[in-house]
Design a protein around this ligand. Sequence first.
Ligand code: NDP
Ligand code: X2W
Length: 348
Amino acid sequence: MQNHKKFNIAIVGASGFTGSELARLLSLHPAVKINHITSESHEGKKFSDLHPQFLGILDQTLESSKVIKNSDLDIIFLALPHGISMDFVKTLSEQKARIIDLSGDFRLESPEVYEAWYQKQHIFPEGFKNAVYGLPELHAEKIKKSRLIANPGCYPTASILSLAPLTALDMIETDSVVIDAKSGLTGAGVKASPTTHFSNVNENFKAYGIGTHRHTVEIEEQLGLLSNKPTLVQFTPHLLPVDRGILATAYAKPKGEMDQNKLEKIYEDFYADKPFVRIRKTAPGIKDVRGSHYCDIFPFWDERTNRIISISAIDNLLKGAASQAVHNMNLMLGLEEQTGLEQIPLRP
Ligand SMILES: NC(=O)C1=CN([C@@H]2O[C@H](COP(=O)(O)OP(=O)(O)OC[C@H]3O[C@@H](n4cnc5c(N)ncnc54)[C@H](OP(=O)(O)O)[C@@H]3O)[C@@H](O)[C@H]2O)C=CC1
Ligand SMILES: CC(=O)N[C@@H](CCC(=O)OP(=O)(O)O)C(=O)O
């Protein structure tokens, strides 16, 4: 990387899981300087006090997010809970800095849909007009010009990418989609709850949000945009007793004739120029992508049932959040899209 001017960035909500993953990626990114990292409840502590793995690497002091308002920044990452983030977007929207929001506050098509699925009032509906859904494999050109990125959710990322090639070609029955997705515990955030208590998760595996999870509509909207048809998705999330990872298993009925070779070619052609999607010949496991920005997908056509099964795996904190946000930043800043994202998956 030539000695370019470094871009100034801030991470708001750095004490959380995605905030610390953003810090891990950005502290090694050749084109950026981390000017501020913020936390309201840990203000004044060193970042490495909270995240000891950063000792000697990132010892910067955590500041209150109040410092962001008058800072000279190029990109602000918001790694805050939904419902909180929109307030920051509202406050910061007039600044020079462009915003990458990791929450769900601006992902959906309208504040009305948001309020129906998130069960909360949206305090910055005007923000929707500038928001771009930050899935680079589908919206790279819009992302490059955007001032506000709505970074996708982890389950939606894996689910949308598992079926996008087929919906883009209108090759599935749009009322036949079923997606079972499983997530590691870090998907729930750093603040533990009874649901994520060890005693409830260890040696257990359970479904939740049945028929009601807010990611359902996010997936339906994005697949519907591709096929230009309303798409109905039966989405069921499950909690896995592991730290990180998302495995999504999507089922859909093909329209017209299908065979395995045809199916594989559809996926290989659709993702041919997408460096972070790998089409597999066998079902991926979450350890095949852990610690990386890859999304691995295995498309399978079951002749007996005439059904397509597409299995995708991502790291929820990376392709599902932080590395996706950095990918979006690269596009927004005119950088090579793979910059700072070459981590090889971590095994065993
Ligand atoms: N975890 C995952 O796999 C994914 C998460 N996301 C989304 O990314 C966002 C961050 O997720 P995650 O890192 O897991 O969340 P965490 O709960 O781990 O961290 C949330 C952060 O928000 C800060 N925060 C909480 N409440 C407030 C508040 N009232 N005012 C200011 N800051 C506040 C906390 O900072 P402090 O208390 O230190 O001030 C904390 O650093 C969420 O919207 C989440 O839904 C998206 C994709 C995947
Ligand atoms: C395991 C777990 O709890 N996962 C979270 C999803 C994490 C995520 O991506 O949430 P956002 O859409 O808010 O970004 C959940 O099901 O609510």
